[in-house]
Design a binder for this molecule. Structure first.
Ligand code: GCU
Length: 604
């Protein structure tokens, strides 16, 4: 079994019957790694997930003891800083799988589902325990196993599949991981109701009965996750109700059992007409939810994607995250590399998360979630180096102040036995990988320009005359959408400091220029280059760096089978980068007619 960053840990025992609780697991991990030390584990339920380490005593809540043990082991194996006392910033540190019961994974790039096949549960307990251990070792504590787009028969997870779900919850429990389920807002209709209207007393009773049934089987279920009125999913809009009414309906059913209702805010018009300039998709979530601030029950958490579009390589932080004052919110990240290279291209996300938290004060949110990047591939992640994104997400959810450098260096030390210079080389490329990908893909915050539906490779006009609201409106003279107060007004959704930063093209960070502004190709960038020259330069540089990345990776002593997989993917990345470079440069060259100042090859 591929152990990823637990490669220096002993494999888990085949007979797991002696490990029932996180404290049992903590004891087992410590005695395996440090048989000569005897650690005392001192339970203190008031500490919850938190722990304290003093001499050879670890004190903590039931799960805190486990996190303390893992922190200690990470410290001993990779020199990770060992705080004498620690507790996570967010109580809910969640992974959302977009797994379907037929075994497919929506936007999955690491093989089929680890949980399902053929419309039923199908898993290998050892592999799932290893996954659970990977998650627990970095403090992740909630796992939603089913896709937010609930396709039949996944509606039956609250019904005929409940015993299977309960068995899975048992498997994850010793790792301190609680399950969550994606539910479909129209589920009462499946049961014969004529509507799913939140004001209908019968519908309310249906949800209460469903929650009671589920909690009887799984008393520690974390709650439900809902995608409603989004990309064709049913929701309260059908009945003329608000999303607060919709969310509260389910939250009230969960409340007696201590469950939370996580309600996603990915709501926008996905049937837009490209000719219609009055709708600006990034404004949608704020417009829908901001007026409802204060109307959500206490056990509702709004889950909001980091940017206002959809997990592009660079977006400004979602203004909704900065504007709600009286509502609990979760930041949603995407580890699955849907728009960011699909686990073929190297893409380490920690630098991007750092930027998000520079604009999002960590105390504004109460929870953090990420779309999973694992699947049934032998190494779980498709690309062996993509494992750093799950690893790093766990550490970030525990402590959003962690630096990308810390994440990457700890991960390398835990995963590979490299000499310091090789660690350093790999770390440097991993940290650079996001910028490299960004350079050869869609320029300066413009986003999209990607092949429709598959979302890998370039297609500048693929979405341009389509329904999804993702337009660049590039013409002979200019590119981008004016989202300032003089344009669509999107910048007005931000608090004053950010509004000012984005409003004025001369203050706006270069890398977000084309997100906020419509600019002529001759626009002077801060360094004196023209906009079009900057686009050409970035694309030549990005492709060249992808080629150098391949050479650098060849020179590193990765063990097999990682080496083969890493090099194969780096070859594909190099080709992808060349393709992006040529398509984007040609696209802009044909439109603008401006030659490259350095006379490099741009195809006709
Ligand atoms: C993206 C993605 C979909 C997904 C959606 C979501 O649009 O392409 O596959 O369902 O995000 O976050 O719900």
């Amino acid at each position: 079994m591929n152990m990823n960053w637990l490669s220096k840990f002993a494999p888990l025992p085949e007979d797991f019957s002696g490990i029932q609780t996180p404290a049992d697991l903590a004891r087992w991990e410590l005695s395996n790694w440090l048989p000569e030390h005897s650690f005392t584990l001192e339970p203190d339920p008031s500490m919850g997930d938190g722990f304290r380490i003093s001499g050879s005593t670890i004190t903590g809540g039931e799960t805190g003891l486990l996190y303390g043990a893992y922190a200690l082991l990470r410290h001993m194996q990779a020199g990770a800083p060992l705080p004498s006392e620690s507790c996570p910033r967010y109580p809910l540190r969640m992974i959302d799988c977009w797994d379907n019961m037929d075994g497919s994974v929506e936007r999955g790039y690491a093989g089929r589902s680890l949980f399902f096949e053929g419309n039923c549960f199908a898993y290998h307990p050892d592999r799932l325990r290893h996954l659970a251990r990977l998650m627990a070792s970095v403090g992740l504590n909630v796992l939603c196993i089913s896709n937010v787009n609930v396709h039949e028969p996944a509606q039956g997870l609250l019904d005929e599949f409940l015993p299977d779900l309960s068995a899975l919850a048992d498997l994850f429990r010793p790792f301190g991981i609680r399950l969550m389920v994606s539910v479909d807002f129209s589920m009462p209709i499946r049961d014969g109701f004529s509507s799913a209207d939140p004001r209908d007393a019968g519908v309310q009773a249906w949800w209460q009965a469903a929650a009671a049934r589920v909690y009887r089987e799984i008393p520690d279920l974390a709650g439900f996750l809902v995608k409603a009125d989004s990309e064709g999913r049913p929701g309260p809009f059908t009945y003329g109700r608000t999303h607060a009414e919709g969310a509260n309906l389910l939250a009230r059913a969960l409340r007696p059992f201590g469950g939370v209702l996580v309600w996603r805010c990915f709501v926008y018009n996905c049937r837009q007409d490209w000719r219609d300039h009055t709708i600006d998709r990034p404004m949608a979530a704020y417009d829908t939810y901001q007026p409802l601030d204060g109307q959500f029950d206490e056990n509702v958490i709004l889950q909001i994607k980091n940017g206002p579009f959809d997990f592009q390589v660079r977006e400004p932080v979602s203004p909704l995250l900065l504007s709600m004052q009286k509502t609990r919110m979760a930041l949603e990240l995407q580890l699955a590399q849907e728009y960011t290279g699909q686990q073929i291209d190297l893409y380490t996300m920690a630098p991007m998360w750092r930027e998000i938290f520079q604009d999002l004060p960590p105390e504004r949110i109460q929870a953090i979630a990420a779309v999973s990047n694992f699947g049934r591939d032998e190494n779980y992640f498709g690309h062996p180096l993509a494992a750093v994104n799950l690893f790093g997400f766990g550490l970030l959810a525990w402590n959003p102040e962690i630096t990308p450098e810390e994440i990457v260096s700890q991960w390398i030390l835990l995963t590979y036995d490299f000499l310091p210079e090789d660690q350093e080389t790999l770390g440097r490329w991993m940290l650079a990988s996001r910028r490299i990908y960004e350079k050869y893909t869609s320029p300066l915050g413009l986003g999209w320009m990607i092949t429709p539906h598959t979302h890998y490779g370039p297609n500048p006009s693929g979405y341009e005359y389509d329904l999804w609201g993702t337009y660049h409106r590039a013409s002979r003279d200019a590119v981008g959408i004016n989202r300032t107060s003089a344009g669509t007004g999107y910048t007005c959704q931000y608090p004053p400091a950010l509004r000012q930063r984005y409003e004025d093209a001369s203050a706006c960070p270069d890398l977000l220029l084309l997100f906020f502004h419509r600019l002529p190709y001759g626009f002077r960038m801060k360094d004196g280059r023209s906009l079009i020259q900057r686009i050409y330069d970035d694309h030549f540089e990005g492709a060249e760096q992808a080629a150098r990345l391949l050479e650098a990776l060849k020179g590193l002593p990765f063990p097999e089978p990682d080496r083969q997989v890493i090099l194969d993917r780096a070859v594909r990345q190099k080709e992808n980068a060349e393709n992006w470079r040529d398509v984007i440069n040609t696209f802009f060259h044909r439109l603008s007619g401006v030659p490259d100042a350095l006379e490099r090859k741009i195809f006709d």
